[in-house]
Design a protein around this ligand. Structure first.
Ligand SMILES: Cc1cc2nc3c(=O)[nH]c(=O)nc-3n(C[C@H](O)[C@H](O)[C@H](O)COP(=O)(O)OP(=O)(O)OC[C@H]3O[C@@H](n4cnc5c(N)ncnc54)[C@H](O)[C@@H]3O)c2cc1C
Length: 228
């Protein structure tokens, strides 16, 4: 399952744990019961669990994503930190990150926006619509990118280490990560990032992730969004 995002990015499901029955069976272990087929009573139970914040059963569902995104998008993603550190004993410790390293591999891909958005008047961190002079912005962007890329290649040719040459690269460089997280953590990401005030680029990833979750865990995801 894979979705192309932006000009060179993507999000792909590598692996998943559990199905719609996992949540209800995890909850029903409390009274020693287990179901083999999802039915109306399970729908009610999932709704009850989600509504009353009984979130631990939702953490038995895990998805491993392969994400390719510009660094400025990934910097926003990195803020979803619950569970990244490995010493915590918290039950919310459910993320795992691994990332391509610009110390090993030269950076080759950069994001080029198809639209230059205007600074929002009423929200200091947001954008709205488009600027009028797209051509001028495109020209400026291409000029800077050409200069940066030439200089990066030149530094590598001079024998400068990749770990140091990359210092001159801008935030539109693409990076790749494997991100494994629980259903609860993924829903938190979607809630916060497929939202009107989130940046357009990260919303594209959150929207695709929402579609994928609806495919992987259709009942649980649908109910979660009805309740939350
Ligand atoms: C539109 C937008 C703009 C933003 N702007 C900025 C910005 O300008 N600067 C900036 O630094 N960040 C910014 N952020 C990031 C934001 O502050 C959060 O760090 C990020 O969205 C991760 O959310 P989270 O804390 O829910 O995720 P996680 O850290 O993954 O936490 C998941 C959930 O775990 C629980 N939790 C986490 N830690 C604790 C704790 N210590 N105690 C109890 N419960 C806990 C909470 O319920 C939390 O929602 C922005 C986010 C959005 C969506």
């Amino acid at each position: 399952m894979k979705r192309e995002i932006l000009d060179k990015g993507f999000i792909q499901v590598i692996d998943k744990l559990g199905n719609d029955l996992t949540v209800v069976n995890s909850a029903r272990v409390s009274f020693g019961k287990r179901k083999e087929k999802f039915d109306e009573s399970d729908r009610k139970l999932v709704k009850y669990l989600a509504k009353h914040k009984h979130w631990s059963p939702f953490r038995h569902l895990m998805v491993q994503f392969h994400v390719k995104a510009p660094e400025f998008v990934m910097r926003q993603w990195y803020k979803h930190v619950v569970g990244i550190e490995t010493t915590s004993t918290s039950s919310a410790k459910d993320h795992a990150w691994n990332e391509i390293s610009g110390r090993y591999v030269p950076v080759t891909d950069f994001y080029s926006p198809h639209n230059w958005r205007r600074q929002s008047d009423d929200n200091k961190q947001a954008s709205e619509g488009s600027i009028d002079n797209q051509e001028a912005a495109n020209n400026l962007f291409s000029e800077v990118m050409q200069h940066v890329l030439n200089s990066y290649e030149k530094l590598l040719e001079l024998g400068v280490a990749k770990e140091q040459a990359r210092m001159i690269l801008p935030l539109n460089q693409y990076t790749e990560v494997y991100w494994t997280a629980s259903f609860q953590a993924i829903m938190n990401f979607i809630d916060l990032r497929d939202e009107a005030t989130a940046q357009w680029e990260i919303r594209e990833y959150a929207k695709a992730m929402k579609e994928m979750m609806l495919e992987i865990y259709p009942e649980t995801t649908k109910i979660w969004f009805e309740v939350n």
